[in-house]
Design a protein around this ligand. Structure first.
Ligand code: MSP
Length: 511
């Protein structure tokens, strides 16, 4: 048993959530729920990034005061996460007073120690990315990711990021799992082969009002990323008198794992880590970059590129748990993956309606039909049942190993394998025929199958909390904790079960 602190990026409130942003949050929720199941003490942080030019512009477009706009949009995120069964511990907002004060303390601290200095600056600014580029960064007059840039010359404040370049490289080499996946780590190491520039951490108020004021120059606010990245630490008490114990517990002793999209890896792996080195607090336990959910043109799905599938719309058709299952099963954490209604529906039909759904309805149906709805005691020795039992007893540790490696899709593969084996077993023994001649042998088949269903339901709870709660209820409400996962024979003989309506009805592609 340990402690597990997981974060998602905090989302810009320039738009409501879409499947791309929901993806990271769902994955974080699933991984945290697994750790909770393993018995870890967990902390799951998500929230909204509310300062900066993008948000200021989004509010202006709606003719709203930025704070009013943020209050409204952050509520939309909360509502969306609730509908998607996201069980976060902290919903963070960067406009909260305690955070703004902690950011100012951090800025003051760095300024007093000459880690921040003022200089004349010329650069190319991308509003949509909120990032400055130098002339040589530009590709055909645009940012490296293809966004419009404008030339800006002004006095600004800089954080001495370059000073920490070597320390960061050393840390990455000394801690092999620090940046994952491996390919992303190599990308960052490649980036760090070039000399690192200092980081512009201010914006003049003449251009941007909506931000945290610099404590040493009231004509400036701080760069939105400087403010936003600090959320991971201020959320657990950093720079807040009275919250030292909490900070020690979650930051210094445990340390966060940051889950984020590959497009914002540099800000996390380079800006954030060097900020922490300068502030003199520990670096995170890990930084894991996910891939993108792609649209049908195989591009990153996003609101600005139009054609965004709203997860809330899809959930109305396939159910929230089905959508969650698809994302965990078919998008290997770290890789890009396409999304389309037919892929989603195909997966749900295959794994949930057929594999899991059939196993449970066939089994529970026969228990009702031949055993008065009560779980029968196994009555004969059955070699195939023993093999299945062996698989089932081992699947929990496979799931745990996969989650600890941040490979939740592999966890599902192990569970699916067990369910496949159970369905093959049922086909082999054909209890629907067997029951007519040998009730003892049938008892063993059904008992074995119910045990597999019990174990599968516990292990699938983090992915499909609502559906698996229902399945466990139909199985008579066995204990659903971690110690029950790898123990065989915990289902109560004689316990009433309930067949119910299909848990996962077969879906047709909507017209
Ligand atoms: N506010 C910053 C993060 C600050 S963290 C201190 C930000 N916000 S965002 O709303 O633009 O994006 C948040 C996350 O959503 C990023 O991790 C990004 O990768 C993710 N995604 C947005 N579209 C996505 C897909 N189509 N697929 C997967 N993730 C995507 O950046």
């Amino acid at each position: 048993m340990g402690r597990f602190y997981l974060t998602t990026p905090i989302y810009y409130v320039n738009d409501k959530p879409h499947l791309g942003t929901a993806y990271c949050t769902i994955m974080a929720d699933v991984i945290t729920r697994y750790h909770r199941l393993f018995g870890d003490e967990t902390l799951f942080l998500t929230g909204t990034d509310e300062h900066g030019q993008k948000v200021q512009e989004a509010a202006a477009k709606r003719g709203l005061d930025p704070q009013v706009h943020c209050d409204e949009l952050s509520e939309r995120f909360k509502a969306a996460w609730q509908e998607l069964h996201i069980n976060y511990d902290i919903f963070f907002r960067t406009t909260d007073q305690f955070h703004k004060e902690a950011v100012q303390k951090s800025l003051r601290d760095l300024y007093d120690r000459d880690e921040i200095y003022a200089a004349e600056y010329e650069g190319w600014y991308s509003v949509s990315e909120e990032i400055f580029y130098t002339e040589k960064d530009l590709v055909n007059g645009k940012s490296p990711t293809g966004n419009e840039v404008t030339k800006v010359t002004e006095k600004n404040y800089f954080f001495k990021m370059s000073k920490y370049q070597q320390a960061l490289i050393d840390h990455i080499h000394q801690n092999p799992g620090f940046i994952q996946p491996e390919s992303r780590k190599n990308e960052i190491l490649g980036f760090l082969r070039q000399p690192l520039a200092d980081l512009c951490i201010s914006r003049p108020k003449s251009r941007l009002k909506w931000g945290v004021e610099l404590p040493f120059d009231k004509d400036y606010v701080t760069y939105v990323w400087f403010d936003a990245l600090l959320n991971y630490a201020t959320a657990v008490g950093y720079q807040q008198p009275g919250r030292e114990k909490e900070f020690t517990k979650w930051w210094q002793e445990s340390g966060p794992v940051h889950l984020l999209g590959k497009d914002i890896l540099t800000t996390h792996a380079v800006y954030w880590t060097t900020m922490l080195l300068a502030l003199g607090i520990k670096l995170p336990r890990g930084i894991f970059a996910t891939g993108w959910i792609l649209n049908r043109d195989m591009e990153k799905m996003s609101k600005s590129k139009g054609e965004v599938v709203n997860p809330l719309d899809m959930k109305n058709y396939v159910g929230v748990d089905g959508l969650r299952y698809f994302l965990v099963r078919d998008v290997h954490l770290g890789n890009d993956a396409p999304f389309s209604p037919d892929l989603l529906i195909g997966r749900i039909n295959n794994d949930l309606a057929n594999n899991l759904g059939n196993l449970s309805s066939r089994t529970l149906n026969l228990v009702e039909k031949y055993f008065d709805g009560k779980i029968p005691a196994p009555a004969v020795d059955d070699a195939l049942a023993n093999e299945l039992r062996k698989t089932a007893e081992g699947v929990g540790s496979q799931v745990k190993a996969a989650i600890e490696k941040m490979a939740p899709s592999h966890a599902l593969e192990a569970i699916v394998e067990m369910l496949n084996q159970a369905n093959r077993y049922l086909e082999e023994r054909a209890p629907w025929k067997l029951a007519k001649t040998d009730l003892n042998a049938t008892s063993t088949v059904l008992y074995t199958s119910i045990e597999v269903l019990r174990i599968a339901a516990i292990l699938l709870q983090p992915v499909m909390p609502e559906k698996m709660e229902e399945l466990l209820r139909r199985l008579g409400g066995p204990k659903a904790d971690w110690t029950s996962v790898s123990k065989w024979g915990l289902i109560t003989v004689g316990q009433k079960v309930e067949k119910g309506e299909p848990l996962f009805p077969r879906l047709e592609l909507p017209k």
